[in-house]
Design a binder for this molecule. Structure first.
Ligand code: NDP
Ligand code: 2IT
Length: 444
């Protein structure tokens, strides 16, 4: 058995029943194999064995009382994966599907994504199987306060700095920050994605979606293309999807479809983003509510069908494994030329294979959606300076970071003989910085 296969077998044995984590590790191992063949030092010092094992895994009880007075118990997680290049950094996901496998896959990919940003942040992820849907404000606050009452002892501005992800936006970050500050009696940059009046950074809300579009723009440029006049399909209608849609439209794209876990909206005229923002950000409603204002739009109640809509550019911005091999083949046969992953691991390995074989420009998540965490790191810098940059200053830095991630990933792919394969390129470029830091810091 090859060395890579041996390590993978051990990961599977040690982390049974964790298919998402295995999937993320497998892709990474396959990508970095050429580096290991060229440089024996990474093998000699056990860098790969160490990097696939989280530095620390915290699983805790989150008890809270609902509006009826009944006790509810959820499970909380924080996986502190790697701190070689900076404090653990990564989001918190609140969704009923959350389990150790999902948090570990997210934390593992976060190591390399954060490295690609060029900023000093390690990798971590957390969350809970709490479902914010259908809960009252009081219930969400009560849950967030209980969650932070345990989490606070494990995090800190120089230790571990969580942020948002699915189900965690400005509201939840606010409730968690309030509780942290109360317990610690310290006003410090322990969370990112904070409100703009109390330590948040301009552009953080927009950053993942904007950054994704900046990245895809770089990919399109390599073929003399741009967003102008292109038909764009975006899955999801949350934080990432909305701001990807906003920037894609600003660059001349026509965003015709968006979705949620109940269904999708197709509006051939181009989605009315103000309406979608109001439904999602203000009313906390569903995609279907869009029909109340645009009765001529089409609503389909099987959301994966969104991938059957013909488009030039597809931006999956909902969740993991939302594009399978069949959906990828449909996208290709409908003429899709570029796919940018706003969500984490939205394409199955089969789907990635289809995109690469068919020379679709493919921006893998850890490169393409790194804009969110990059601006989170800029929020940390601003908190440390006790100073705020303007919107255009942060936006400019974000754009430069996305361009540089595209360049680094392309160069690494070329150097190792995988020209145009940004999956391999992003994994190698992200890995090398962390691996070298681990070597220099000794066996820890
Ligand atoms: P939000 O909670 O704001 O939005 C998530 C969207 O995706 C919603 O429309 C939601 O629909 C849909 N969705 C979530 N889970 C599923 C599912 N199982 N099936 C179908 N639809 C689903 O989250 P974000 O926009 O923040 O995150 C979206 C993706 O982007 C995630 O993969 C996340 O990890 C990734 N990401 C987020 C970053 C950020 O800064 N927020 C940074 C980098 C990546 P519904 O409302 O019906 O649940
Ligand atoms: O997946 C991600 O990169 C995020 N959810 C954002 C993490 C962060 O710390 O801003």
């Amino acid at each position: 058995m090859s060395y890579i296969n041996e390590i993978f077998a051990k990961v599977v044995e040690r982390n049974p029943n964790e298919p998402e984590f295995h999937q993320a590790v497998k892709e990474f191992l396959d990508s970095v194999e050429p580096v290991l063949n060229r440089n024996s030092k990474y093998l000699r010092y056990g860098v790969i064995e160490r990097i696939v094992e989280p530095e620390r895994q915290i699983i805790f009880r989150v008890p809270w009382v609902d509006d009826k007075g009944d006790v509810q118990v959820n499970r909380g997680f924080r996986i502190e994966f790697n701190s070689a290049i900076g404090p653990y950094k990564g989001g918190l996901r609140f969704h009923p599907s959350v389990n150790a496998s999902i948090i570990k896959f997210l934390g593992f990919e976060q190591i390399f994504k954060n490295s690609l940003t060029g900023l000093p942040i390690g990798g971590g992820k957390g969350g809970s199987d709490f479902d914010p849907k259908g809960k009252s404000e009081a219930e969400v606050m009560s849950f967030c306060q209980s969650f932070m009452t345990e989490l606070f002892r494990h995090i800190g501005p120089d230790t571990d700095v969580p942020a948002g992800d699915i189900g965690v936006g400005g509201r939840e970050i606010g409730y968690m920050y309030g509780q942290y500050k109360r317990i610690k009696n310290a006003y410090e940059g322990v969370l990112t994605g904070k409100g703009l009046n109390w330590g948040g950074s301009l552009v953080r809300k927009e950053a993942t979606g904007y950054g994704l579009v900046y990245f895809v723009e770089e990919m399109l440029k390599t073929r003399g293309e741009s967003f102008a006049g292109k038909t764009v399909v975006i899955s999801g209608s949350g934080n990432v999807a909305i701001y990807a849609a906003e920037k894609a439209a600003e660059l001349g794209g026509r965003v015709v479809a968006m979705s949620d876990s109940n269904g999708y909206i197709l509006d051939e005229k181009g989605i009315d983003l103000n309406a979608m923002k109001r439904i999602k950000e203000v009313e906390r409603g569903r995609c279907k509510d869009y029909l109340n204002q645009h009765a001529d739009a089409h609503y389909g109640d099987n959301w994966p069908d969104i991938w059957t809509i013909p488009c030039d550019i597809a931006l999956p911005c909902a969740t993991q494994n939302e594009i399978d091999e069949k959906a990828a083949k449909t996208l290709v046969s409908n003429g899709c030329i570029a796919v940018g992953e706003g969500a984490n691991m939205p394409s199955t390995p089969g789907a990635v294979g289809v995109f690469l074989e068919n020379k679709v420009l493919f921006g893998p998540a850890k490169a393409a959606n790194a804009g969110g965490v990059a601006v989170s790191a800029l929020e940390m810098s601003q908190n440390s300076m006790r100073y705020s940059w303007t919107f255009s200053e942060v936006d400019q830095k974000l754009k430069e970071i996305m361009i540089s991630i595209h360049r680094k990933s392309s160069e690494a792919a070329r150097e190792y003989g995988f020209e145009d394969n940004l999956v391999v390129g992003a994994n190698i470029a992200g890995f090398l910085k962390v691996a070298d830091a681990m070597l220099e810091q000794g066996v820890v």
